[in-house]
Design a protein around this ligand. Structure first.
Ligand SMILES: [Zn+2]
Length: 278
């Protein structure tokens, strides 16, 4: 199994960081977790793409995690040579988001259907709203969900992917919580969004101060990784943006609470999770 951070950014636009999205390459194909800004640009960088996704999973419906879902839906449909339904798993509300996205695309769908004789089917997005437990199973691959705490955003979920004896957990946005602790226990890797409490407090910008109460600061992500006993903690979705030359500060803050390996993600950071799968 292989883990690829497609987008390591946050809502704050950055020239070198796409929005939040992670690709997990398993023995049954590519699974996409969240679909932030530029997801297909980055997927192309590892020879994946809209038609390669076995399924898409959304941790929550904040716009930075979903803004390019419309690109995934449209590109998969418009480049297909036969109907290729897209399976999307996400928290309650995902069906509404997908229906609204397809409604937004209605004119484009009409243009392409009218123009291409070889395209005579509409996008087909099959939504499964998930809360907890096993949500996807194919061969050796199992995806399990658990509720997280990103209040007042609700509901939100984390996902654990097991492929044979290898495992990775996608935390999404959350403060430390029992659901994530339970899901991440013993995983090989934990991908966790993080903020720098010290820097945000120093900046003193009210809109940024607001996010302190629903994200994990870096040491909190480290503590979650330590409690769960994971092998590798991958920090992503850094707020505020990482200052050049200050990468070590983020890693040191995580290591203050976690004895395992810490990786500060960049776009296309790739982690091999061992012999199972691909
Ligand atoms: Zn969020």
């Amino acid at each position: 199994m292989q883990l690829v951070i497609l987008g390591s950014g946050s809502p704050i636009p950055a020239p070198d960081r796409a929005g939040p999205s992670t690709l997990v390459r398993t023995s049954v194909g590519d699974l996409l977790f969240d679909a932030g800004r530029g997801v297909l640009l980055r997927a192309t960088g590892v020879l994946s793409g809209a038609l390669a996704f076995k399924a898409v999973f959304l941790t929550h419906l904040h716009s930075d995690h979903t803004t390019d879902l419309n690109d995934v839906i449209t590109t998969r449909w418009a480049m297909s040579f036969e109907p290729t339904p897209l399976s999307v798993f996400g928290p309650v509300g995902t069906a509404t988001l997908v229906a609204a996205t397809e409604a937004m695309l209605e004119q484009d769908i009409g243009y392409r259907l009218a123009h291409h004789d070889s395209l005579n089917w509409r996008p087909d997005t099959q939504v499964t709203e998930v809360t907890e437990g096993l949500v996807f199973e194919d061969g050796e691959v199992r995806v399990t969900a658990a509720p997280t705490d990103h209040a007042p955003v609700h509901p939100t979920v984390a996902f654990r992917i097991d492929d044979g004896d290898r495992s990775v957990v996608i935390a999404g946005d959350t403060v430390p919580c029992e659901g994530l602790d339970r899901l991440a226990a013993g995983a090989d890797a934990l991908v966790h969004t993080v903020i720098r409490r010290d820097q945000i407090e120093a900046l003193g910008i009210p809109r940024l101060i607001d996010v302190l109460d629903y994200h994990s600061a870096v040491p909190q992500a480290g503590a979650t990784a330590e409690r769960a006993g994971v092998g590798t903690l991958v920090l992503t979705h850094m707020v505020p943006p990482v200052q050049p030359g200050a990468e070590h500060e983020w890693i040191e803050q995580a290591r203050s609470e976690f004895g395992g390996e810490v990786v500060l993600a960049e776009d296309l950071t790739t982690i091999e999770l061992g012999p199972a799968g691909q």
